[in-house]
Every structure is written in structure tokens, then in C-alpha cells.
Design a binder for this molecule. Structure first.
Ligand code: ATR
Length: 277
């Protein structure tokens, strides 16, 4: 059996490492492969998932939205996110799902953080922010502000989801941050390890109990600045593993060894980025 990751420039992905460890630990005779796919090859790639030996696939940048338009059927949460990160086959049909949504909530639930009571700010209004918004809307968080460099995109998202408020990434956001329990970075800023979506001084106004959650699965300047201020932080590695674990459940209808997957992912990240991520 085979499962794999459809994306472009997937060579450095951590998914094969922790997914294969889970398959091997459970003795499932399957391989998790990398399926690098340029945009013009995407439809052929999806057709190849109908092959009998293929159980399903993960989907990553830049194909999540295109796959949502191309599969035979979408789970409701994937439809709301407008993005698919997991494909499975059911009765000969390709089903698109989005496990980033439960994956985002899992590390919060694991720490007993009551999302429904939180005043949240989401930085970003792209694909990652959409999955976060589906999760936070379902969790009925107390307050939701979507702050984006291009304010119009935040406004469009808030109006589509029918909840929350839009904001820009300007000084006025500090007023909102002063009453924020959970600050989420869902922008693409931070992957280079040297840039931050907001100035680090803005973290000064966050309440002392606030949690800064960066979906980037490496150490970012935002997390460093938050920690320097004594704030609690969470990076995106546990979310990455949690979305993978949920995909695994969908493909194999069995519980994967989460702690092992997380440990293997941490080791792989240390090899890729250095010990601090
Ligand atoms: P993804 O699917 O990873 O979310 P995306 O859809 O391209 O990727 O969205 C990237 C997000 O990061 C957007 O919210 C983008 O802001 P804009 O809508 O204004 O483009 C945000 N982003 C990218 N570079 C940024 C920067 N230098 N500063 C602030 N936000 C940035």
C-alpha cells in the first residue's frame, strides 16, 4: 500500500518521517512517499490516486485550493476552508478533507486550554488562516479578530465566515492585543527564521497570561520575542503532527502512535533547522 504527499518542493517535508514511523510501529505494510507535482501535473496526479494500491494522500502548498475544486466530493469542513490537505478513497470516489482544522485545535485541547473562553487575534488571511477560522468558529471562541497586511482580505474572510472583526497590521492593533488571550500567526512570515509579521514591541501589551501560537513549525522571531517577554508559546510542529495523525486515522481507520510521531518529528526538525527548531 502507498500513501504520499502531493505538493511542489516537498523534498524537505517532515511528513514522510513521522508517518512512516507510525506505519512501521503498527506493522502496516505501507509506504509514505513524496509525490512532487507541478501545477500542470496535478490532475494526472489525482487520477493516479484511484490506483488500487493507493490508500490516500496529503496535499500541501501550492495545491490545497486546487485539489478542493478537483476531488469528487468534499467533507463539509474542507468545503468551508476551501482547501484540502487530505484525500482518501471511498466507494471509488476521491474524498477531500481538511485535517489542519482539528490539527490546529489539538495542541490547545491537549493543554486543557478552553478555546471557547478566549479572545483571539489571527494574523493573516490566506489559506492557513482560513483553516484556523473554521476551527475557531466551531469552537465558538469569545472574540475573533482577523488582522492582515491587506485589510480587504481580512474583511472578505470575516464577511464570508459571518463572524469576527477585521483589522490591519498597524499601530491600532495594539489596543486589541492588550485584551488578547491567544495570538495566532497564520501568515507565511517567519519561515526564514528572521522576519516577523508584527514588531516585537507589540507583544509588550499582551496580558501576561497570553499564549502566542505560531503555525510555523520552526523557531521564529515572534516566538523568541514572546518567550523573552515571559509569555507562553506554541509552535506549529504539534499541529503538523496532529493533522498527520488525523489523516492517518482517516486512511487506516486505526489510532496512530501520536507521541512517537511527535518525537520523530522533533528529531527530524532538529536535523533540519538545528536543535531549537
Ligand atoms: P498561506 O496559504 O500559507 O496562508 P497565502 O494564502 O499566500 O499563504 O497567505 C499568506 C499570508 O501571509 C497572507 O495573509 C499575507 O498577507 P497579504 O494578504 O497582505 O498578502 C501574509 N503575509 C505574507 N507576507 C507578509 C509580510 N511580509 N507581512 C505581513 N503579512 C504577510
Amino acid at each position: 500500500m502507498r500513501v504520499g504527499l502531493i505538493g511542489y518542493l516537498v523534498e524537505h517535508s517532515l511528513s514522510p518521517v513521522f508517518q512512516q514511523a507510525a506505519l512501521d510501529a503498527l506493522g502496516i505494510p505501507a509506504r509514505y512517499e513524496l509525490w512532487p507535482t507541478p501545477p500542470e501535473g496535478l490532475l494526472d496526479r489525482l487520477e493516479s490516486l484511484r490506483s488500487a494500491d493507493v490508500v490516500g494522500a496529503n496535499v500541501t502548498v501550492p495545491h490545497k485550493e486546487a485539489v478542493a475544486r478537483a476531488v469528487d466530493r468534499l467533507e463539509p469542513r474542507a468545503q468551508r476552508a476551501g482547501a484540502v490537505n487530505t484525500v482518501l478513497r471511498r466507494n471509488g470516489e476521491l474524498i477531500g478533507d481538511n485535517t489542519d482544522i482539528p490539527g490546529f485545535l489539538y495542541p490547545l485541547a491537549r493543554r486543557g486550554i478552553p478555546v471557547a473562553e478566549l479572545r483571539t487575534v489571527v494574523l493573516g488571511a490566506g489559506g492557513a488562516a482560513r483553516a484556523v477560522l473554521v476551527a475557531l468558529t466551531d469552537a465558538r471562541c469569545r472574540r475573533l479578530v482577523v488582522a492582515n497586511r491587506t485589510r480587504a482580505r481580512a474583511e472578505a474572510l470575516v464577511s464570508e465566515f459571518g463572524c469576527g472583526e477585521a483589522a490591519s497590521l498597524d499601530d491600532r492593533l495594539t489596543e486589541t492585543l492588550a485584551t488578547t488571550d491567544l495570538l495566532i500567526n497564520a501568515t507565511s512570515v517567519g519561515w526564514d527564521g528572521s522576519t516577523s509579521p508584527i514588531p516585537s514591541e507589540w507583544l509588550e501589551v499582551l496580558p501576561r497570561h497570553a499564549l502566542v501560537y505560531d503555525l510555523t513549525y520552526r523557531e521564529t522571531p515572534l516566538l523568541q520575542a514572546a518567550r523573552a517577554r515571559g509569555l507562553a508559546t506554541l509552535d506549529g510542529l504539534e499541529m503538523l503532527v496532529a493533522q498527520g495523525a488525523e489523516s492517518f486515522r482517516l486512511w487506516f481507520s486505526t489510532e496512530p502512535p501520536f507521541d512517537l510521531m511527535l518525537q520523530v518529528a522533533q528529531e527530524a526538525r532538529a536535523r533540519r533547522f538545528g536543535t531549537n527548531g
